[in-house]
Design a protein around this ligand. Structure first.
Ligand SMILES: Nc1ncnc2c1ncn2[C@@H]1O[C@H](COP(=O)(O)OP(=O)(O)OP(=O)(O)O)[C@@H](O)[C@H]1O
Length: 612
């Protein structure tokens, strides 16, 4: 024998209120939407019909729960339609209409009315169909799933629908004059039909102005000021500019506001979106391309599909095309700014460099337009890429902050401009340069490239430094580090440690092996022997440095050894390289050795002033 599924309405309402809708106040949105759809349906029957919505808050003198009355002069329902659409969960009259008219309606799922049960236990609908001769009917539905239908004792004069909701005590805060007004304006402020409100002594139309981007203004600056003021109202912040948005796909229109601060690079901005002029969500995230995190926007879409919760758009082909078109609108604005007000664009690039960089990576034309203006940190200070390319035909960059710290001082002292491309997108942007500009030369720079640009020693100097170099080679041989002596600036830097990335990796692996237990150490052993550095790391002594010069004259082998070890460890530390266990030992022994030799020398500790 076949059975029918039973639905527990309480369970369904619980599901809606806790998992589908973000807040119980959406019942006003659902009622406004049903009224709007009903008016549109009637306009199909009677094209001249104007339509309006009335909301009345009836407060009881005795302090009992207030009643909200929602009326429209839309198409109404016949008795048969009440059973089919109103009383059947998941049935919607709007699903049945012809495809070309389907787009006029906001509702589609047939569950919206259930949201009323989040704020009241019973819904009374009094309705008269616009189809000739229909009587006024009354539907009373309860939260436990029981409903009654009967002819109404108070026939309506004209076709339309009235919905009565008596507030449940725990939802009474949603039924105050101020809250009802706020919510009606919040959700329905852009609706094309007048909404009249009677509540708490007020009576009048509340939605007079419509969407600010559709109004006409006296001048462009008046328009800009009005839109910026609107942005401030909606998002509670003062934006630096506004950008018109339009897409044929999805029939989208609205405004993007340029943020006055620089957001985190992958921050998702929350946008306010309307669907067919009814507020859908204040936290829609999926409307703009990923790079466009420098704006927040307000838009209305007539032809995008909402998700069932009505809080964002359904990912489909139309949304993808709309997203591309809105991205193009933002890009157009930036391109025009480059022509009309380059200083403003430069300011914007400074503030929103990350967004601009992300777009430039995506889009070759935009890349060509702005790459020269992008600011970078270099060994010679902050500069734009255009400034950099004026000073040097070859763009040299490093991709990590450690490398930049290691080379920037020495490179700068020699007039070498090395660019820090350690931040998000920078390396990719630079590597794109020769693909977009054929004459551009870009090269990844490494500390091991530096000694080539150092000055060679004269013959005499080479002779003078020979014993030091030999001894240093012996001392550093166990560390796998070679030695050269050159002359470079700044003269305060005595030595420079350089290695390519393969060597740096081997150093890290070796250090990890020393710190690991046996099993892990044997795995790392394999890694260490497999990691190949192209060249041996080098410690370059700087013969311009006074300490190095003095060291070259020292004959005591012990003192030379100690000094070389200390210079080696210092160079590693300056290059931000973690020390391995043996190097740590060197540092400790070296420091102790220095203290001991100082003490043996019997010198008084330096006077720190006034302590005797
Ligand atoms: N004010 C009204 N005037 C005329 N018919 C209405 C009215 N309100 C509801 N209905 C009828 O009741 C049906 C169910 O309404 P409900 O709000 O539950 O779903 P929906 O609007 O069809 O879809 P959605 O769940 O997407 O909102 C509607 O399809 C419509 O036929």
């Amino acid at each position: 024998m076949d059975h029918r599924f039973q639905i527990n309405l309480r369970g369904v309402i619980d599901l809606l209120s806790h998992h589908l809708y973000s807040s119980p106040d959406v019942y006003i949105r659902e009622l406004l939407q049903n009224a709007t759809d009903a008016i549109r349906a009637r306009q199909h029957l009677e094209p001249g019909h104007e339509g309006s919505i009335r909301i009345e808050l009836i407060e009881k003198q005795d302090g009992g729960p207030p009643t909200l009355l929602f009326s429209d002069d839309g198409i109404g329902l016949t008795e048969e339609e009440i059973h089919r659409f109103l009383a059947t969960i998941g049935e919607s009259s709007k699903r049945e209409v012809l495809a070309e008219r389907r787009g006029d309606f906001i509702g589609q799922f047939g569950i919206g009315l259930l949201s009323c049960f989040m704020v009241c236990d019973e819904v009374l609908v009094v309705t008269r169909s616009a189809q000739g001769g229909s009587p006024t009917m009354e539907w009373r539905g309860r939260h436990d799933g029981i409903y009654t239908v009967r002819p109404s004792g108070h026939p309506l004069e004209r076709p339309g629908t009235q919905v009565f909701l008596v507030a449940r005590p725990d939802a009474a805060s949603l039924f105050t004059p101020q809250r009802v007004r706020e919510l009606a304006l919040h959700y329905g402020g852009l609706l094309p039909f007048p909404i009249h409100l009677t509540a708490g002594g007020y009576s009048g139309r509340i939605n007079t102005e419509g969407a600010p981007w559709r109004r006409t203004y006296g001048s462009a600056s008046e328009r800009r000021a009005a839109l910026l003021a609107y942005g401030r109202d909606v998002f509670g912040m003062t934006f630096i500019d506004c950008i018109p948005l339009k897409s044929e796909a999805g029939d989208v229109e609205g405004v993007a506001f340029v943020l006055p601060f620089s957001p985190h690079y992958n921050a998702k901005q929350k946008h306010r979106v309307y669907l067919k002029n009814m507020l859908l969500s204040e936290s829609a995230e999926n409307l703009l391309p990923e790079w466009a995190f420098f704006v927040k926007c307000v838009v209305n879409a007539n032809d995008l599909r909402p998700t069932a919760s009505r809080e964002s758009f359904y990912e489909n082909d139309t949304l993808t095309r709309a997203r591309t078109a809105l991205g193009q609108a933002l890009r157009r604005y930036l391109v025009e700014l480059a022509k009309d007000d380059p200083r403003a664009l430069q300011g914007l690039i400074q503030l929103h460099a990350l967004s601009m960089k992300a777009l430039a990576l995506d889009d070759d034309d935009f890349y060509r337009l702005i790459i020269g203006w992008l600011p970078f940190e270099t060994s010679l200070g902050a500069m734009t890429l255009a400034d950099y390319r004026q000073t040097s035909s070859q763009v040299r960059y490093v991709s990590s902050l450690d490398e930049f710290r290691q080379v920037s001082r020495v490179a700068a002292a020699q007039g070498l401009c090395v660019l820090n491309a350690a931040y998000v997108y920078d390396t990719d942007l630079l590597e794109k340069l020769p693909r977009v500009f054929q004459d551009a030369q870009v090269e990844r720079f490494s500390a091991s490239d530096l000694p080539q640009s150092f000055d060679e020693l004269t013959l005499d100097e080479r002779e003078a430094v020979f014993p030091l170099r030999k001894r240093a080679e012996e001392v550093l041989q166990p560390f796998g580090c070679g030695v050269v002596v050159k002359k470079f600036r700044p003269k305060e830097v005595p030595t420079l440690y350089s290695s390519d990335t393969g060597n740096a990796f081997r150093r890290d692996a070796e250090r990890a092996r020393e710190e690991s237990d046996d099993l892990y150490a044997s795995m790392l052993e394999g890694v260490v022997s497999g990691a190949s550095g192209n060249e041996q790391p080098l410690l370059t002594f700087n013969f311009h440095n006074p300490v190095v010069r003095r060291l070259a004259a020292v004959t005591d082998p012990h003192l030379i050894k100690l000094s070389v070890e200390m210079l080696y460890v210092q160079a590693l530390l300056l290059g931000h390289r973690p020390l391995n266990a043996r190097e740590m030992l060197l540092l400790n022994q070296g420091l102790l050795g220095l203290i001991a030799s100082r003490l043996e020398g019997g010198e008084e500790p330096p006077d720190r002033g006034g302590m005797h």
